[in-house]
Design a protein around this ligand. Structure first.
Ligand SMILES: Cc1cc2nc3c(=O)[nH]c(=O)nc-3n(C[C@H](O)[C@H](O)[C@H](O)COP(=O)(O)OP(=O)(O)OC[C@H]3O[C@@H](n4cnc5c(N)ncnc54)[C@H](O)[C@@H]3O)c2cc1C
Length: 403
């Protein structure tokens, strides 16, 4: 027992959620350990790298008071700026939605956030993985040099989808595989990308989800798709879906030429709305581990940053004055809970037409540009806002029934 190291807070995962949480706590002088299983923070990148600007985020998450402070991204990691999202129906109809956004170098961004946490005083262990919890306050870490047991007052699960922390700590909700969209993405070098427009394609090319083209500039883009396995053709691989999308849309329709694949990734996106319980007396979940992702657009970076800041503040208050850690859950629900729950409800309803190209086509035309704009911003479309509460209640019941 003599060589067990003790920390005030141990944070598992040095993504945007973990590093943001660590920074707030370490800055107040608490012993903070940040544990990351990758040998280099941010690599490999698992992201489309798309981020709405601060002005757009104020509109998408109107109850959050920290956007200006937390989501103001350093120019040094910005690769491209765009002004439109174009939603494309199965027949090729385009719905052009104005949205100011940046495309970031996600590896550099994650490294920048981790450096800020280190500057604030946090200790970072890379190449080190949380294996399990050995007692209420102790966890076992494993790295190339063996296993070690460390102790903390508060444990934070910022370890992404299918969180190990959620699995280890009784009282925290675990995600189900049904809650996740599976995704694949290539970063492609080619000529002819429109650097001002992000494209989202709907229909059988990505059943229950969508395919995307996110330009990193004129000559490079992240091209990928996310789908729900229960909607997809059995035994058809994700790779096969992506290759068919690249062939039909990128090459044949958009005329993109001289394609070279620079990077291939695949991962999970939690799109079913926030998990039920994100906090216990001494542990909490933040970011993707808590399913803090905007369900209708798949964006989780802003909510990971805001959630991380809230988690850090709640932990500091807990350590300093003994206030309840459960304040964390109240705070994130107040700042962005409604938008995530509404987004999940909208996605459940939208999933019904997504079963066929013909109905997706019909639904997109009926909705039109204005309503689609509301849906991708996770809000019930005008003039049906009044239906927001009954819609959330109804889809909440449906989720519980389906589980
Ligand atoms: C293909 C794809 C495209 C996406 N595109 C976008 C986009 O364009 N815009 C957007 O806003 N969001 C996007 N997202 C979602 C976004 O990437 C996440 O919401 C965001 O990364 C959440 O941050 P996080 O810190 O919670 O989790 P992560 O960034 O996943 O960080 C979790 C960290 O925990 C580490 N970890 C996991 N388990 C352990 C363990 N046991 N021990 C130690 N470390 C562990 C992981 O290595 C990882 O570094 C995309 C996701 C995918 C998969």
């Amino acid at each position: 027992m003599g060589d067990i190291q003790r920390y005030d807070v141990i944070i598992i995962g040095a993504g945007p959620a973990g590093s943001s949480t660590a920074r707030v706590i370490a800055r107040r002088g608490y012993r903070t350990l940040l544990v990351e299983r990758k040998s280099r923070v941010g690599i490999p990148v698992l992201c489309g790298e798309f981020l709405p600007t601060v002005e757009e985020l104020r509109d998408i998450l109107p109850h959050s008071s920290r956007i200006d402070r937390i989501c103001n991204i350093s120019n040094s990691v910005v690769l491209n700026r765009c002004n439109h999202i174009v939603l494309v129906s199965p027949s090729g109809d385009e719905f052009d939605i104005p949205m100011r956004a940046i495309v970031i170098d996600r590896a550099a961004f994650d490294q920048h956030l981790a450096e800020q946490a280190l500057k604030a005083g946090a200790i970072l262990l890379t190449g080190t993985k949380l294996k399990d919890r050995v007692s209420k306050n102790q966890v076992r870490l494993i790295s190339g040099s063996g296993t070690r047991i460390v102790e903390c007052a508060v444990l934070v699960g910022a370890d992404g989808p299918l969180s190990t922390v959620a699995r280890c700590v009784p009282g925290l909700s675990q995600q189900e595989t049904n809650d996740l969209s599976i995704s694949i993405q290539y970063t492609i070098e080619a000529t002819g990308f429109d650097s001002d427009r992000v494209f989202m394609f709907f229909g059988n090319i990505a059943p229950g989800g969508y395919a995307w083209i996110i330009p990193r500039g004129h000559t490079e883009a992240n091209v990928g798709l996310g789908l729900r396995p229960s909607y997809a053709t059995p035994r058809r691989s994700l790779r096969n879906y992506l290759h068919s999308f690249i062939h039909h849309y990128l090459i044949e329709k958009l005329g993109i030429r001289n394609i070279r694949i620079k990077r291939r990734i695949s991962g999970f996106i939690p799109v079913n709305g926030p998990v039920q319980s994100t906090v216990t007396a001494t542990a909490l979940l933040v970011g993707d581990a808590a399913s803090h992702v905007m369900p209708t657009n798949g964006g989780g970076i802003p909510t990971a940053l805001i959630g991380g800041n809230i988690a850090g503040k709640a932990i500091v208050d807990y350590l300093k004055s003994g206030s309840k850690l459960s304040n964390y859950e109240e705070m994130w629900r107040r700042e962005f809970g409604n938008e995530l729950i509404t987004g999940a409800s909208l996605l459940s309803v939208a999933s019904i037409p997504m079963l066929s190209d013909a109905v997706t086509e019909w639904a997109m035309r009926c909705f039109g540009r204005r309503m689609l704009n509301d849906v991708i911003r996770c809000r019930v479309p005008y003039p049906f806002q009044e239906l927001s509460t009954p819609l959330n209640l109804m889809t909440g019941q449906l989720h519980r029934f389906l589980r």
